[in-house]
Every structure is written in structure tokens, then in C-alpha cells.
Design a protein. Structure first.
Lengths: 325, 869
């Protein structure tokens, strides 16, 4: 009966617990607490499982003689009532004790994330800011502080989750939800939408980058600045094409005539770790393919394809976008 | 005639309603001498012939008009099993898609349809119906009854289930299946184009109605159709679980039906209950869905525990230890399960206080569940365990279920749930609980009960193969998923990137799923392979102690040879000479003198015999009624609203024909010799009658659905600042209050009609019924004028939409009330409903108690409440 477990045990050892999106490889205070909680609960669960199933195995296969009825009654009350009440009280006290802390209000930075089908609008509100610094599909947070995160959804429900940093919270149209995160370890992680949101739910992820506070401040300052001018002739052609094709109707590239708010802000597109909400690498090739036919990579996406453009035009566009550092 | 006269005399001096229910006459309980009295073999043969003829299963194509629980139960279980295999195939296709990263075996849309249908079918087409199917099949045998109390209702439920199931599942073949998840969260599901969500809403509502019908029947069967002497504390544990689960279905499904009602109104009429831009709220659906959805888990799980509770004492060859503890725990789980739904919504940003409360409540379920499991273990400990085929599956079930329970303890902790919610960790958890808590015990139960149904045993060798393949395949598939989830893989994703590092685990899961499927296939083969050459087993092959093993199957369709007198929990072990008396027909109603199908009705708690009632026989009308009901639910999917209304009217006509021709018939002879010196009435009315209980229980469910709509009003009132919006038109108070008055008048007239009819003044009673009909029409008019006159527009905002929804709901009930009143009027005029035989009028009055209450609440909510908001 325990055969499969024994076979699978080495497999568990083989599969490491780390990964860009792993609960068990925490890089934030809450995730650390919850990973520890998991290991404690797992240990308890294994002990209880072995004890109970061992008991069943014993009574059905090994038991030398039947038990008397009094002992049986004691087993029911002891095993069914007394032991669970004690263990669960301890567990609840231990596990829920930290819950208020995990829902504390953040200090300083507030990040406002809005879920769209199938991408994320991300707006940074540093302390005292009048207007936000808007970007998309990537969340950067500084270490050493608890940042407030407010969540909205544009059309359908999504859920915002960076496993390495902490738990998830749903984004619900018509109401604002909130959470807070306290990253501890700089690095690049991955977040993903965890509430089914339509055809390309699987393709709604984002890069989550944790930075030292100074590096974060520098990055935020750069992010607040308008877009860089296209550096090459090709990129300039791409920039002109971007406007003439009407891309600016949906996308904003701050500092240019493109001021659309329907789609992701592209001002510093090329400085992000991934393209198209965490599903493509940030390369010119990927940009070209994406612009040509986004639905190939993300079924149900709202952006139309630009396959009427020539390869040359697409390359120029990719060069422009790839230069928006 | 003299009989009737005495009753009439007593009525004049009697105490209200109860006097007409002529009590049993003669000796009860039976003495040992009476039970030992020999039976003349000739009489015995004649009685057997009578019974055989009365209970004969129709032959040839007429077989499908059968309504007997043994036929319907088998069709029902096999259909549910077939739907389970279909849903399983969908799961395998999904596992192929997920075996490797960035796979394109299935498109995103198709995968989304598959996982939606996998969950929906497993829940609505397999888990719940399977419980009802198995219960319809074996419950009468547990209770020594000849059949369920309303066999045609079982058949109607089955045909509805079949039609609805094929419709919903068939949509996948046309690539139009619902694709927004089995939970159908708005706004995604309300905004989705195509007919997928409509198929889900209407098709499954149809099946839910059938499920509720079956639940009503099972509850009434357990309460009223127990054999004489089987007091409530002597019931087999299975019957207790049926009672608990039936009641849970009764209170859990209606919130979903109310939710479906609002949802479909939004989809077809654009009434914005869940649209935040127009005052709606998507969370209302989540609440309604999970108020259903969480009890649903226990609705699925408890019946399997019930099966285990029948197998374990047999395996231990000893009565169950801690019977009362188990009953208390089952009831406790039932209660608790309604207070946990929020743990499905831990991530929706609720306040910490609620989270803490619902975490603790969720953990509390461990206690009653633990008690049940330890009671089984204790029983095995005090007995001598003989490890048999079924016991292997039960042991496997415990191993898997306890693992699922322990991960359940983890996810009930709100902060931990924030991490694993909607990841593969939860997928693993729920499959551990449902496989361990449902699939394994059901299969064990099938191995156990197979000889009861066919008098053959299933293969030992195949059983072992099936078990070990299923067990190891299951663990290989689902154990790694815990880790996949902890590594961050969300549920319901049709693919994943290689860089995520989930590929090895997913490949292992896929391999496991095919091993699991092989095990299920071996089991299916063992179940369905022809066994005509196999010798028959003895009657009680496991040497069990409960009543069902007294059946002599499959030759005789009559169920029990004679309805026994019960004095212990395990009569086959503890009552001497039981089987011999049983077979000789020494117990009750061992004959069928008038060639009718009958069963004994007893009192709810002490099981004192009250009557011998006729149960219905084969009929096509149930099939027609189901087909037309199906039309009424299915046609709106394609926007054929008038055809749907026509189909609904035909369904009502079928049901009226069925009721008129086969229920509450005026008997020729009011009493019947039930045997053992006991004479019992053959017509009962009021609370003694199963029909009265059925109406009462149905109305409890109906009232729950109505309460869910009322919950909706209060939810909006408290959760939305703009309810009603500033300056909005409010319903007219005077019209609403007039409607309220009309409801009270109609109710009063109905009650008066009942009293006058009983007092022998049928003429005045008929005029009262006419008055009640007119007052109902007035109430209907008043309600509509109250919302139409001030110009409420349901498409503009959730507030007028909710006012309209309440009015539509109550109006539909008004129409039903009018039909019922007219049915009574026709009965009174045509002699079906008389001074003595007034069951229809009693039931209509009972309906009116609920009708009046909901009418008053509706008019207050519409007419008065908005002025206070």
C-alpha cells in the first residue's frame, strides 16, 4: 500500500524545490514564514498519516487478538476528538498568529496593479507622489521595506501572485483589493495570474524583480523619464511606422505622440525582462514575431496582427521597440 | 360503508385534522407465537404468484417504462458510471497536453472546454447522481421496503438526468462546451460569447432539479418507509447518511439554482446582477456558488463513508462500534459543511477576522470526520478481520483519504492557502479527498453489493489488478502534483514554459494518469463482462447482518418477500429464525390481493405501522414528462423561448395526468389486512402520508432557493453603496401592500377550503378555492403593477433587476399555486377529492403556507425595504 510512496520518494529528492516561481524557495518575508509553516505541517502530516495507516494495517493484518469494546470507545474519543482538538488548536494558534502581519499596510511605496485580459498595468506611487509612474507586465520591488500593493481588474477576475514573495490576492472588477509584500532577497522571479481569466489565462505571467533599495530608486527614476529617442535610422523608420500604423491609439510611449491607454505602456519596454506578459524573451526577433501575429502566441489577445507589414517594416518596428530601454 | 361512518362520527368529536387518518387495528407488535404460526404452502404459493404478477418487470420494448427501483437504480448507476468514464477521458487528454511544456496537442480553447467539462461532469453527472443511483438501488432493501415511495419520480429523475447529461456532455463534441470553469465566475462567464455558459446553466439546472427530486424521495423513503419496529436508532448507518446527505442536497443545491436563475437572467435579458458597472457584484455569485459548492464536497464524500459503514461491520463480522458517535458525526459534518464556504474565497480580500473564523471552522471538520474513521478502525479492532475484495478498496480509500484530509488541514489555514490556492497543490488535495472519499469506496461498494444485485461475485484476480493499478497510478499521478503546485504551477493553464521547471513532474503525473486509467478499465471490464456461465453465489455471500442480504435476487422483483418486523440493527445476525419467517411470508403484506404494488408506511421516529400505501407502477408518462421538462430547460439555450414555454406546459400537463391517474386514489376498501393480525388503512392524508412529507421537504428546498435570492438583496444592500442608486425609481408601496393583502386572503381561503371540506361542506369549500384562485391572480397583478407603474428598468441597474427577479420568482410560484388549486377544485367536483380523502387539498394547503410566506416577504422587500435603504 505504501509502495508508490516509496517509489516516489527519490523522485521528490530529485526534483528540487527551487525555481523561479517556487513557494519553497522564498525571497520574501511572508513566503519564508509560509514555507516554514509548510515544512512543519508536512512533518506533522507524515507522522499522522503513518500512524493512522500503520494502525489500520496492524489491526487488519497483524493484530494478535481482538480489542475489547471499552478500548475501542476510547480510541474513537481519543483519536477522533481529543487528539485533533489539541493538535488543531496548536496549529491554528501558530499559523494564524502571523496573519495580521502579512496583511499589514505597506510603508512608503505603493504599487497599483490592474489585471487586463491578458496583461498587467503596473503603476508606482512612491511616497508623496502626485502622479504614478506607469509601466506594464513587470513588478519591481525594493528589499528592506513592506510595499503596499493595490489591485484592480478591468473586465474579468484575475489573481496576483509572486510565489517567491508571498501569497496571492484576487483582482475583482468593481472593487479594489490590497495586499503587501516584504521582499528580502534581490533577484528575478516570476509571477502568474492564478484565477482563470479566459482563453490565454496560461499566458498571463510577469517578471518580478527584487532590487536593493538604491538600485530600485535609480531604476524608478529612469522609469519615470520619457522614452529615449530612436538611435538608428532603422529604429527611426520603426518609430514613424509605429505612429502611422496607429499603435499609439492603444499604447503610450511617453515623450512621443503615442498616448493610448488601452494597452500596455511601452515607454521602457526593452528594459523589461520579458515580452508579452512573461511569455516571450525580450529580443528583436520575438518583438517582430509578436507584432506580426500576437494571437499566435496568445490566443484571444485584443491586439490585432500586423501581418500586412513587410518583413523589413516589421524589423524596423522591432528595432524601434527593442531600443526603448 | 360502516367503516366510513364510524370515521365520520369520530370526526365530529375529533381533534382537528388527525381524526381521519384511521389508525391501525389489531395487534402490534407481533408476538413470537404469531411469528411462529405455520403458513399453508398453498396460501404461500398463491401469495407469491400475486406478488410476482404485481411486481412483474415489463418485457420487450416496454421494459423502458419500468419504474421499479431495481431497474431505475441500475440504469442510473450505469449512466453515471458512463459519464464518469467520459469525464475521465477528458482528463487523460488534458494530461497528454500537459505532459511536455509548450505542447500544442490541444488548443487553449479546447483545453478550457475540457477542464470545465471534466469538473462539471464529475460533480454533476457522476458524484451526486451516483450517490442517488446507488441509494435508489439499495435503500429500499436496507429498509425492507418493496420500493421507493415514489417510483415514478425516480424514473422521472433518471430520464431527466440522462437527457440533461447527454445534452451537457454532448456539447463537447460540437466544440461549443462551456469553457469558463466549473465554477463559472462572472464576469468572465457572463460575458463569454456563444452558448457554452447557457448550456452549463440550463443543462445543469435541469439536472439539479432532478437531483433534488431524488433527494426528496430518498428522505421520504428513509423517514416513512422503514419496516415496522425499525426505530430511528436501529436504522442501518447507510440510511442515516442518506438522510443527512439528502437534507444537505435539499439546502445546498437551491442556492446554486437561485444563482443560475440570476445568471441566466443576466445572460439572456441583460439584467446586471454581476456587472459592477451597473451596480452588480461578481462576488455575489461566488458566495451563492460556494454555499452550494462546499456542502457539495461532503454530499459527495458522506455516501461513500456510508458504504464503508456497511462493509466494515461485515468485514469485522461484528456490529459497528460507536453507532451513535457515527450518527452524531455525520449530522455534525452536515451542519459544519454549510459554514465553510468562505475557505474557497480566502484570496478575495475578505477581512482577517472572517478568515480566522473560517479557518477554524474548516479545521473543525477534522473532528467529526476523525470520529467516523476511528469508529471504523475500532470496529475492525474488536472484530476478526477477514480481508475481502471490498475491504481492500476500503483500506486503499482510507490511505488516500487521510492524505487528502491532512493536506486539507494545511489549505484550511488561510495564509497558507494564499500560497497554494488555485495551484496544483489544490488539484492534488481535492483528488486525494475525492478519490479516497468517493471513487475507492464506491468501487469497494460495487464489489460488495454486486452479489446483492446479480447473485454473482466479481473476479478476485481482476479486483486485485484493478486495485493495484488504480492505487499506484493514482499516487503516481497526484502525489507529484503537490510539489508541482508548490513550485508555482497554477491550475487551469493549458500549457507552461520549459523554464518554469515543471516538466519532469508533469510527465510523471501523465504516466500515472494512464496507469490509473488502466486500473479503472480493468474494473469496468470486471463489472460489465458477461458472467452467465459463472455459478450463482449463496444469498448472503459475505455473511452480513443487514436486511438487504435477505433478498433473493435476481429472480424476484418484489424486493422483500414480506416486510419484516425489526428489533435489532443487524437482524440477520441477531434475530433468530429471521430468514425462515421472512421467506415464508410470515411478516407483513406477504401478498397482493388486489394486484397492486404496495409498501408499508410507518411513523417517522418509532416506525409504528400506519398504512399500506400503493406505489406507482410502470408508465411512459414519466419519460414524456422528463422529455418535455428537458425541452423547457434546453430550448432557451437556442433562444426558442416560446417553444420552451410550450414544452414546459406539456411537462406540466404530463405531470398532472400522472398525478391524477395514479396518486391519492379513492380506495374501494379503506382498510387492508396486513398480516400478523394487523389491519391498516390504505389511504393516509396529512403528516402521515409520504406525499405530504414530499411536499414539505420540497418546499424546504424551494424556500432555501428563495432565501438565497433574499440573501442577494441583503448582500447588495450591505456591499454596494449605490443600492438603490441615488434618485432611482422605487417600486410602488401601495400596489405591493395590496398584493401582500391578496396573498394573505388567498392563503386564508385555502385553509378555509380545507377546513370546510373536512367539515362536509364541499360546496362552500369549492367557492373558497375559487376565491383563492382569484386572490392569487390579484396578488400577481399587484406585484407587477408595483414595479411596472413606477417605471423600473431591470437592464439599467442591479437594484431594479433584483426587484424584477424577486417578482418573476414569486410569480412563477403563483402560477403553480393556481394550478394546484384548480387541481383540487377539479378533484372535488369529479369525486377524486372527498371529505375523507383530501390528501391533495392538504398538500396544497401546505404549499400555501410557504407560498404565503414568500409572497409576504417578496412584497415587503419590493414595496417597503427600498424605502429604508
Amino acid at each position: 500500500m505504501r509502495g508508490p510512496a516509496v517509489v516516489l520518494l527519490p523522485l521528490f529528492v530529485l526534483c528540487s524545490c527551487d525555481g523561479p516561481q517556487s513557494v519553497l524557495d522564498p525571497a520574501g518575508r511572508d513566503a519564508e514564514v509560509l514555507a516554514t509553516l509548510f515544512w512543519v505541517m508536512l512533518a506533522g502530516a507524515v507522522v499522522l498519516w503513518v500512524a493512522l495507516n500503520g494502525l489500520i494495517h496492524f489491526v487488519t493484518r497483524i493484530a494478535p487478538r481482538p480489542l475489547n469494546a471499552r478500548a475501542a470507545e476510547a480510541l474513537i474519543i481519543g483519536g477522533g476528538v481529543v487528539v485533533p482538538v489539541i493538535l488543531l488548536s496548536i496549529l491554528l494558534a501558530y499559523a494564524l498568529n502571523d496573519m495580521p502581519r502579512q496583511r499589514d499596510k505597506g510603508e512608503g511605496l505603493r504599487v497599483e496593479v490592474t489585471g487586463h485580459q491578458f496583461w498587467w498595468r503596473v503603476a508606482y506611487w512612491p511616497e508623496g507622489a502626485e502622479t504614478p509612474i506607469v509601466t506594464a507586465n513587470e513588478v519591481r520591488l525594493p528589499t528592506g521595506q513592506r510595499s503596499e500593493i493595490t489591485l484592480n481588474a478591468e473586465r474579468v477576475i484575475h489573481s496576483f501572485w509572486i510565489p517567491a514573495l508571498g501569497g496571492k490576492t484576487d483582482m475583482i472588477p468593481g472593487r479594489e483589493t490590497r495586499m503587501s509584500l516584504e521582499p528580502t532577497r534581490p533577484g528575478e522571479y516570476r509571477g502568474q495570474c492564478t484565477e482563470f481569466c479566459g482563453e490565454s489565462h496560461a499566458y498571463m505571467a510577469f517578471g518580478a524583480v527584487v532590487m536593493e533599495p538604491e538600485a530600485f530608486e535609480e531604476w524608478l527614476e529612469r522609469e519615470a523619464a520619457p522614452a529615449v529617442e530612436p538611435a538608428t535610422e532603422k529604429a527611426r523608420r520603426g518609430a514613424a511606422l509605429f505612429l502611422s500604423e496607429g499603435c499609439g491609439g492603444c499604447h503610450a510611449v511617453r515623450g512621443t505622440a503615442a498616448e493610448g491607454q488601452v494597452g500596455p505602456d511601452l515607454t521602457h519596454l526593452a528594459s523589461r525582462v520579458s515580452l508579452a506578459a512573461g511569455i516571450l524573451p525580450m529580443t528583436e526577433d520575438a518583438l517582430r514575431n509578436w507584432v506580426r501575429d500576437p494571437a499566435e502566441f496568445k490566443p484571444g489577445v485584443e491586439m490585432p496582427g500586423y501581418d500586412h507589414l513587410s518583413e523589413d517594416e516589421l524589423s524596423s518596428m522591432a528595432a524601434y521597440l527593442g531600443g526603448l530601454e | 360503508m360502516s367503516e366510513t361512518n364510524t370515521l365520520r362520527d369520530s370526526a365530529r368529536h375529533g381533534d382537528g385534522g388527525k381524526v381521519f387518518d384511521a389508525g391501525p387495528e389489531g395487534t402490534y407488535p407481533p408476538t413470537e407465537e404469531m411469528l411462529d404460526a405455520p403458513v399453508d404452502p398453498e396460501v404461500k404459493a398463491r401469495r407469491e404468484a400475486e406478488l410476482r404478477k404485481a411486481w412483474e418487470t415489463p418485457k420487450g420494448w416496454r421494459y423502458w417504462s419500468a419504474v421499479n427501483n431495481t431497474e431505475v437504480g441500475v440504469w442510473y448507476s450505469l449512466t453515471a458510471f458512463f459519464f464518469m468514464l467520459c469525464a475521465g477521458v477528458l482528463a487523460l487528454l488534458m494530461r497528454i497536453q500537459l505532459a511536455v511544456p509548450d505542447n500544442d496537442f490541444l488548443s487553449a480553447d479546447r483545453f478550457n472546454q475540457f477542464f470545465t467539462m471534466h469538473g462539471s461532469a464529475m460533480m454533476f453527472l457522476f458524484a451526486v447522481p451516483m450517490f442517488e443511483a446507488v441509494s435508489i438501488l439499495i435503500l429500499p432493501a436496507f429498509l425492507g421496503a418493496r420500493d421507493m415511495p415514489f417510483p415514478r419520480l425516480s424514473a422521472y429523475g433518471y430520464w431527466s438526468f440522462l437527457i440533461g447529461g447527454i445534452f451537457v456532455l454532448g456539447s463537447i463534441l460540437f466544440n461549443v462546451a462551456p469553457s469558463s470553469g466549473w465554477f463559472m465566475y462572472p464576469p468572465l462567464a457572463t460575458e463569454q460569447e456563444g452558448i457554452g455558459p447557457d448550456i452549463w446553466l440550463l443543462g445543469l439546472s435541469f439536472i439539479e432539479v432532478a437531483s433534488i427530486a431524488a433527494a426528496v424521495e430518498l428522505i421520504v423513503g428513509t423517514i416513512k418507509c422503514r419496516p415496522p419496529g425499525m426505530r430511528i436508532n436501529l436504522m442501518p448507518l447507510y440510511a442515516w447518511y442518506v438522510l443527512v446527505v439528502g437534507v444537505m442536497i435539499l439546502f445546498a443545491f437551491p442556492p446554486l439554482i437561485a444563482g443560475d436563475f440570476l445568471f441566466e437572467l443576466q445572460r439572456s435579458m441583460d439584467w446586471p446582477f454581476f456587472d459592477p458597472d451597473r451596480g452588480g457584484d461578481p462576488l455575489l455569485w461566488q458566495h451563492l456558488f460556494w454555499i452550494f459548492g462546499h456542502p457539495e464536497v461532503y454530499i459527495v464524500f458522506l455516501p461513500s463513508i456510508a458504504i464503508a459503514a456497511m462493509i466494515v461491520p461485515t468485514a469485522a463480522q461484528r456490529p459497528m462500534v460507536g453507532y451513535s458517535w457515527i450518527v452524531l458525526s455525520a449530522v455534525g459534518v452536515g451542519f459544519l459543511s454549510f459554514g465553510l464556504w468562505v475557505h474557497h474565497m480566502f484570496t478575495t480580500g475578505l477581512p482577517s477576522l472572517s478568515l480566522g473564523f473560517f479557518s477554524a471552522a474548516s479545521e473543525a471538520v477534522v473532528i467529526p470526520t476523525g470520529v467516523q474513521i476511528f469508529a471504523f478502525v475500532a470496529t475492525l479492532m474488536v472484530g476478526r478481520v477477514t480481508m475481502s475484495q471490498p475491504m481492500l478498496w476500503i483500506a486503499g480509500a482510507l490511505a488516500i483519504f487521510t492524505a487528502g484530509g491532512l493536506t486539507g488541514v494545511m489549505v484550511a489555514i488561510a495564509p497558507f492557502d494564499w500560497q497554494v490556492h488555485d495551484t496544483y497543490f489544490v488539484v492534488a488535495h481535492l483528488h486525494y479527498t475525492l478519490f479516497g472519499g468517493m471513487v475507492f469506496p464506491i468501487i469497494g461498494g460495487i464489489y460488495y453489493f454486486y452479489p446483492f444485485i446479480t447473485k454473482k461475485k466479481m473476479s478476485d484476480r481482476l479486483s486485485k489488478w484493478a486495485f493495484w493499478l488504480t492505487f499506484s497510478g493514482f499516487n503516481i499521478c497526484f502525489l507529484p502534483m503537490h510539489l508541482t503546485g508548490l513550485q508555482g504551477m497554477p491550475r487551469r493553464v493549458f500549457t507552461y514554459p520549459e523554464s518554469a521547471g515543471w516538466d519532469v513532474l508533469n510527465m510523471v503525473s501523465t504516466l500515472g494518469s494512464f496507469i490509473l486509467a488502466a486500473g479503472i478499465l480493468v474494473f469496468a471490464w470486471d463489472l460489465l463482462r458477461p458472467k452467465s456461465k459463472q455459478p450463482l453465489t449463496e444469498r448472503n455471500p459475505w455473511n452480513a447482518g443487514t436486511l438487504e442480504w435477505s433478498h433473493d435476487v435476481p429472480e424476484e422483483a418484489w424486493g422483500v418477500r414480506s416486510v419484516p418486523y425489526i428489533a435489532s440493527r443487524y437482524p440477520l445476525w441477531e434475530q433468530p429464525k429471521f430468514l425462515e419467517r421472512f421467506d415464508d411470508g410470515k411478516f407483513y403484506i406477504a401478498d397482493a390481493p388486489e394486484g397492486r404494488r404496495e409498501t408499508i408506511v410507518t411513523s417517522a421516529v418509532d416506525a409504528v405501522p400506519q398504512a399500506v400505501v400503493q406505489v406507482t407502477g410502470p408508465a411512459w408518462v414519466t419519460l414524456w414528462a422528463a422529455a418535455f421538462t428537458g425541452g423547457a430547460f434546453i430550448l432557451p439555450v437556442f433562444k426558442f423561448y416560446w417553444l420552451s414555454a410550450f414544452s414546459g406546459a406539456c411537462a406540466v400537463a404530463c405531470v398532472i395526468y400522472w398525478l391524477w391517474t395514479s396518486t391519492a386514489q379513492v380506495p374501494k376498501d379503506p382498510m387492508r389486512d396486513a398480516g400478523l393480525g394487523l389491519r391498516l388503512p390504505v389511504y393516509v392524508t396529512g403528516p402521515k402520508a409520504p406525499g405530504w412529507w414530499a411536499v414539505f421537504i420540497t418546499m424546504l428546498g424551494d424556500a432555501t432557493a428563495f432565501a438565497s435570492l433574499v440573501f442577494g438583496v441583503f448582500f447588495f444592500w450591505t456591499a454596494r453603496p449605490d443600492f438603490p442608486p441615488e434618485g432611482a425609481a422605487l417600486p410602488d408601496m401601495m400596489w405591493a401592500l395590496s398584493a401582500m393583502l391578496a396573498y394573505v386572503v388567498a392563503w386564508g381561503a385555502t385553509v378555509a377550503a380545507r377546513e370546510l371540506n373536512r367539515g362536509g361542506r364541499q360546496g362552500v369549500a369549492r367557492w373558497c378555492i375559487v376565491g383563492a384562485v382569484l386572490a392569487t391572480c390579484a396578488a400577481l397583478g399587484g406585484m407587477w403593477l408595483a414595479i411596472v407603474m413606477p417605471g423600473l428598468q431591470p437592464e439599467t441597474h442591479a437594484f431594479p433587476a433584483v426587484m424584477y427577479a424577486l417578482t418573476v420568482w414569486t410569480s412563477a410560484h403563483c402560477v403553480l399555486a393556481i394550478v394546484m388549486l384548480l387541481y383540487c377544485l377539479a378533484g372535488s367536483v369529479l369525486g377524486k377529492l372527498t371529505q375523507l380523502y383530501d390528501a391533495d387539498l392538504r398538500n396544497t394547503t401546505l404549499f400555501w403556507h410557504f407560498m404565503c410566506l414568500s409572497g409576504v416577504i417578496t412584497t415587503l422587500l419590493v414595496g417597503v425595504a427600498p424605502r429604508l435603504m
